[in-house]
Ligand binder design. Structure first.
Ligand SMILES: NC(=O)c1ccc[n+]([C@@H]2O[C@H](COP(=O)([O-])OP(=O)(O)OC[C@H]3O[C@@H](n4cnc5c(N)ncnc54)[C@H](OP(=O)(O)O)[C@@H]3O)[C@@H](O)[C@H]2O)c1
Length: 343
């Protein structure tokens, strides 16, 4: 008998992982999910990407979040994932909840971005081929398109679900009014939105302020937070400068201009609060999101197994005293967010 390439840990569901129900649906998602925006492209090593996927699955992290253009280069994160699936994970497909999205720029010309039916349908077919999958568990409209009738984008999601290429539909970064329309449109066609995916972290409170969290709950949808560590800012990474191997050092999506003296002071204060709780800053930042039962899951993007290991520990303590919450708000309140922009 040939040994399998990968045998998952038999105790993976007793590793400390917890699952939360996605709105009013039958789906449970792990509190921590793994995202593929960075660190899984063709610029990264397959060995490291594979190690992170195995570590995640060995610890009950069943949700893997992808999009057509994750990499770099575009499409390469899905290709990496597809290689891992084919080589070792396909026997466990039914234990996995896999997402992809389309909406941002993917290929040249007028049909390679935004929200047309043409783009969404073609993109999902490409994604499935890259990932060696017959279907994804959830397909998202990746961003609101102000120039395409929302009905067209949403009907494409409905038809995709009816075709069986995705089991559920969702949308990401939709403003509240567009989200209200989308929730109703999808529900009226018996394809209710499973998840709203939005940026949410200690430094970026927009989903609270804009009412996105309450709206998702009222609509029976889950809410899944992306960039829960503000792309790594809310980790120990930048407390004493900019490490050469960090996302910020690449000056692409996370700019060094956000690390102002006021931001640095804020991070140091937050780090002290975390230390007093017996947590690292990244653990506390994730726990802060998970304290709220309107949040179904947080999608971490990690560049190493060590980071994923640390982030996993966040689930050990997600309770905050009123004093701790006030101290966190106080630290953030003193930070000049106008310089910071949107992390
Ligand atoms: N819907 C959307 O439009 C959208 C947008 C963005 C992201 N997303 C999804 O959300 C996922 C997560 O976003 P994100 O990558 O910005 O998440 P994040 O968790 O806020 O940031 C990830 C970065 O934080 C650092 N990090 C993570 N854990 C750490 C630890 N324990 N110690 C030190 N540093 C740590 C790493 O930085 P280094 O790389 O510097 O080591 C890592 O690359 C994405 O992969 C994607 O699936 C969706």
């Amino acid at each position: 008998m040939v040994n399998p390439v990968y045998s998952p840990d038999p105790s993976r569901y007793e590793s400390g992982i917890r699952y939360r129900r996605c709105g009013r649906s039958g789906v449970l998602l792990p509190e921590i999910s793994l995202g593929f925006w960075h660190n899984f492209g063709d610029v990264n090593t397959l060995a490291n990407s594979q190690e992170m996927v195995y570590y995640a699955f060995d610890h009950g992290i069943t949700h893997f979040d992808l999009a057509n253009n994750y990499g770099p280069s575009y499409g390469s994160a899905e290709e990496t994932f597809g290689q891992i699936m084919k080589k070792s994970m396909l026997p466990f497909r039914d234990e996995m909840f896999i997402s992809t999205k389309a909406g941002h720029d993917m290929w040249p010309g007028p049909y390679g971005e935004w929200g047309s039916r043409k783009y969404l349908m073609a993109s999902l077919d490409q994604s499935l081929r890259r990932m060696n999958l017959d279907y994804v568990d959830i397909f998202y409209s990746h961003r609101f398109d102000p120039n395409t009738p929302l009905e067209e984008t949403l009907q494409a999601l409905v038809d995709i679900v009816r075709s069986g290429k995705a089991l559920y539909a969702g949308f990401s970064k939709y403003p509240p009014e567009a989200a209200a329309f989308a929730y109703k449109y999808l529900r009226d066609r018996d394809v209710p939105c499973l998840l709203y995916q939005g940026r949410y972290n200690i430094l970026n409170r927009e989903p609270e302020k804009e009412g996105i969290l309450d709206q998702a709950k009222a609509e029976g949808s889950g809410f899944i937070a992306f960039s829960p560590l503000a792309q790594g800012l809310l980790s120990g990474r930048y407390l004493h400068g900019i490490p050469a191997d960090s996302r910020m050092a690449k000056e692409f999506f996370l700019k060094s201009s956000v690390l102002t003296p006021s931001m640095q002071a804020c991070l140091l204060k937050l780090n002290d609060i975390a230390a007093a709780r017996g947590q690292s800053l990244s653990e506390m930042a994730l726990a802060w999101l998970l304290k709220d039962d309107r949040v179904t899951s947080v999608i971490v993007g990690t560049s190493s197994v060590k980071q994923l290991e640390d982030d996993f520990k966040a689930m050990e303590n997600i309770k905050f005293s009123p004093e701790e919450l006030a101290a966190i708000d106080g630290a953030v309140g003193q930070c000049d967010m106008s310089v910071f922009g949107r992390p």
